[in-house]
Design a protein around this ligand. Structure first.
Ligand code: DGL
Length: 271
């Protein structure tokens, strides 16, 4: 890829979650990139949809990105990465969340007992278990946490309700001596403080957390020969585009809060 030209990256998720991926990529490679983000709010959440539906929604978004002439597509959704990525027809490079997250675990070297939390779709697909089968010595424990996505989309990630729900789900890890947690949903980094506090109460003090955004950011440096920015840059650039497929007052408010800056125009489209 021509290094003098900005790489145009298309990122999609069902909603806000993919912004955790956008934020990590933009904070690292801002000077060499432009972004198109699509939150498929019309079909949120993906995590309880059938594989057939998730493939259909993902393909429409990928076709839209290709018309917009992106250089690369990031499926910033673990649910879509688990059940749709291999079925999507796409003539530009397309990267999901699973391989980058697994590579992060492998590189960390000290992980052996891995807890995976994600949506029903991601956990039931066993896509992470299959990805780890290529490597020895990893033991995987998975728990699906379907209420986490609505909590984040509601902006309730630091509330008592979030703590109580997290405690109920994560209690299933209590007697397991985990060293690593894969946040196998791009919404979950927004819940990180709550998750850490609940894990501590359950006796897990030194967990290593893998999040899809950071994992993809590392992965792209080798795949695209992208170098991190030398100087900090504003997270948003004028030619970035943000699209949603259904209206949501919450999306604008929470996206702005999460990125720490206003997204000037979020465009509503129908796919
Ligand atoms: N953030 C997504 C994921 O990584 C999708 C969550 C959902 O829509 O259920 O799985």
């Amino acid at each position: 890829m021509n290094s003098s030209k900005k790489i145009k990256i298309g990122i999609f998720d069902s909603g806000l979650g993919g912004l955790t991926v956008f934020k990590s990529l933009a904070n690292t490679y801002r000077n060499n990139t432009s972004f198109i983000y699509l939150g498929d709010l019309a079909h949120l959440p993906y995590g309880d949809k059938s594989q057939e539906s998730i493939i259909k929604y993902s393909q429409r978004i990928v076709d839209f990105f290709i018309k917009k002439k992106v250089d690369i597509i990031i499926v910033a959704c673990n649910s879509a990465s688990s059940v749709a990525l291999n079925q999507i027809k796409c003539d530009v490079p397309i990267i999901g969340t699973i391989q980058p997250s697994v590579q992060s675990v492998i590189k960390s070297n000290n992980s052996k007992l891995i807890g995976i939390i994600g949506t029903d779709t991601t956990i039931n697909s066993k896509a992470y278990n299959r990805a780890f089968e290529d490597y020895n010595n990893y033991t995987i424990y998975s728990v699906s946490c379907p209420l986490f996505v609505p909590i984040v989309e509601e902006g309730w990630e630091n509330t008592d309700i979030a703590h109580q729900i997290a405690a109920k789900y994560l209690n299933q890890f209590q007697s397991i001596n985990l060293d690593t947690i894969i946040l196998a949903c791009t919404h979950y980094p927004m819940l990180l403080d709550t998750l850490k506090s609940v894990f501590k109460k359950l006796g897990h003090h030194n967990l290593y957390f893998i999040d899809s955004g950071k994992a993809i950011t590392q992965y792209l440096s080798s795949k695209l020969s992208l170098s991190p920015d030398q100087a900090p840059a504003d997270i948003l650039h004028l030619n970035d585009k943000f699209y949603i497929t259904d209206t949501s007052y919450q999306f604008n408010k929470l996206a702005n809060r999460f990125l720490g800056t206003d997204i000037p125009n979020i465009e509503l489209i129908t796919l």
